[in-house]
Design a protein around this ligand. Structure first.
Ligand SMILES: O=C(O)C(=O)C[C@]1(C(=O)O)C=C[C@@H](O)C=C1
Length: 275
């Protein structure tokens, strides 16, 4: 199983990806890296990798919009979701740093800590938390925000548990080639582009689920990119496509969108991973 995720090694996505590698396989051989989530999804769609692991939502900072957009624009399936606690540390060569480098999501998850403790430090968003660690290793003026293990004996752990809420957690999606779309699992994800707009449209799109007593676990709108005020909706429901009621509701939504489209990413289960 070839798994691709956000690199370099040591990212939170890398930690989540380890949970996808089969027991008998060496994770170091199975997992490869790239520095954008758009690229992860593209590598799965073109068959370079069997699975891709992308962050999709954080409990403090919300959606990872690049991942939502990659799922809008690329035909892939979602086969599993992984939820993990995210505990950040501040890592540097010494206390005398003037910049903090990390992934934009991680900087945002520690906004309160940084404002209270290092208001003078400038913040630099880099491709991942592990990339920030590489920068801090090369540059004594830079501190990184990342998992404490990434210090790896070469950086000092200046502070631990610096996320603004102890309950900080991120949800990752495991994507697979579109033909591996599943019907089994407790959750189903759809991307819905209604194309047109009229009063009550969103209500019409959601009624097929409400009518069948299917719980909506999430709805997120993203700009379609076509024009201002035109949206794509990411809808998650708490029921699998193997259930007739879910398949019927999706078919009804497909009929409602008419001129637009519905992409069914498939059904999947949730795995909670602690590390
Ligand atoms: O930079 C990393 O370590 C990542 O895996 C990315 C990412 C994200 O995009 O949300 C993953 C988990 C944390 O929420 C912070 C950063």
């Amino acid at each position: 199983m070839k798994v691709i995720t956000l690199g370099p090694a040591g990212t939170y996505s890398h930690r989540a990806a380890r949970a996808v590698v089969d027991g008998g396989e060496d994770p170091d051989e199975a997992i490869s890296f790239t520095e954008s989530v758009t690229d992860i999804v593209a590598r799965v769609a073109d068959g370079t990798a069997d699975r891709g692991v992308v962050p999709i939502e954080n409990s403090i900072e919300g959606s990872v919009t690049e991942s939502l957009d990659a799922l809008t624009n690329t035909d892939v399936a979602v086969v599993l979701e992984i939820v993990t606690p995210i505990r950040h540390a501040l890592l540097a060569q010494s206390e005398s740093f003037s910049r903090v480098a990390s992934h934009a999501q991680a900087l945002a998850q520690c906004r309160g800590y940084l404002e209270a403790n290092h208001p003078e430090a400038t913040q630099e968003a880099v491709a991942s938390t592990a990339r920030g660690v590489e920068v801090a290793r090369e540059d004594p003026t830079v501190a990184a925000i990342a998992h404490p293990d990434t210090a790896d004996g070469t950086l000092r752990v200046l502070a631990e548990e610096i996320q603004d809420r102890t309950s900080n957690a991120t949800r990752f999606l495991v994507v697979a080639p579109a033909e591996e779309r599943q019907r089994g699992g407790g959750k189903t994800s759809l991307v819905v582009y209604p194309k047109t707009n009229h009063p009550g449209l969103l209500l019409e799109l959601l009624e097929p689920f409400a009518d069948r007593d299917i719980n909506l676990s999430r709805i997120e709108s993203r700009p379609s990119g076509e024009r201002l005020g035109d949206y794509v909706f990411h809808v998650d429901v708490a029921a699998g496509l193997y259930e007739d009621r879910t398949a019927e509701a999706v078919a009804e939504v497909e009929a409602i969108v008419g001129e637009g489209w519905v992409r069914t990413l498939g059904s999947y289960d949730t795995r909670h991973v602690l590390y």
